[in-house]
Write a protein that binds this ligand. Structure first.
Ligand code: PEP
Length: 249
């Protein structure tokens, strides 16, 4: 039985004062799912100070492909580990589209995260044009295969996968639970039987989160699907009440 996991992606939002209120609100009530927040780098110390000793995890939204050196502006996985991060997002569609991250870059980032004891949350998803061209499975399958090929079975057993259709991120358009379930089932099937197949056991245990305009009023239906193990939440993770409602959905 896979435990439900709900991760907030704050994106480039927040301030010390706003985060303090948000984190206090999240801490104040229990949630049925495991919760975590992925904050901008400067606020990781605040997350660590506020959330250490609670059941709520925290993490970053990106990590360097490099471990150290002359890479101005980059943040390495061992640095994230020093701030107690449990998770790091890799391959979010905003990184892929605005920063030109390739499937290979994303796979290397996942590997760097694992080497530092972090759980990479590997994001995959198709654009609207790709969906309309019937390419959804080919696109997410290719994005997943790059990661599967870069990791050992043991490492693969430690990642979290997030299906985030690009057309549903921040748009208010959510995939229907049936649309999302179909892609999640495809991804799990690929893990078990694709060209660089993981073991059936890794596929069965892997948490696969759905992300894309998840809100308190649609979370329960999405999370009731057999291959949807929780959510990656953008906008709705910035309000404690909404984030908790999703964590209890
Ligand atoms: C995201 O940024 O990962 C996301 C899913 O955003 P939103 O929930 O706002 O669509």
């Amino acid at each position: 039985m896979r435990q439900k996991l709900v991760i907030g992606n704050w994106k480039m939002h927040g301030s010390l004062a706003a985060n303090a209120a948000l984190l206090d609100g999240i801490k104040a009530a229990p949630a049925r799912a495991r919760l975590a927040v992925c904050a901008p780098f400067p606020y990781l110390a605040q997350c660590q100070a506020t959330l250490a000793g609670t059941a709520i995890g925290w993490g970053a939204q990106d990590v360097s492909t490099e471990v150290r050196g002359a890479f101005t502006g980059e943040v390495a996985a061992p640095m994230l580990a020093e701030f107690g991060c449990a998770y790091v997002l890799v391959g979010h569609s905003e990184r892929r589209s605005y920063h030109g991250e390739t499937d290979a870059t994303v796979a290397t980032k996942a590997l760097r995260a694992l080497e530092s004891g972090l759980t990479p949350v590997v994001c995959v998803g198709e654009t609207l044009a790709q969906r309309e061209a019937g390419e959804t499975e080919a696109v997410v399958g290719r994005q997943l295969a790059a990661v599967v090929e870069a990791l050992s079975i043991d490492q693969l057993g430690k990642i979290v996968l997030a299906y985030e259709p690009v057309w549903a991120i921040g748009t208010g358009k959510t995939a229907t639970s049936e649309q999302a379930q179909a892609v999640h089932a495809y991804l799990r099937g690929q893990l078990a039987s694709g060209s660089a197949a993981a073991s059936a056991d890794v596929a069965a245990r892997m948490p696969i989160l759905y992300g894309g305009s998840v809100k308190p009023d649609n979370a329960a239906e999405l999370f009731s699907m057999s291959d949807i193990d929780g959510g990656l939440i953008g906008g709705a993770s910035l309000k404690a009440e909404d984030f908790l409602a999703i964590g209890n959905a």
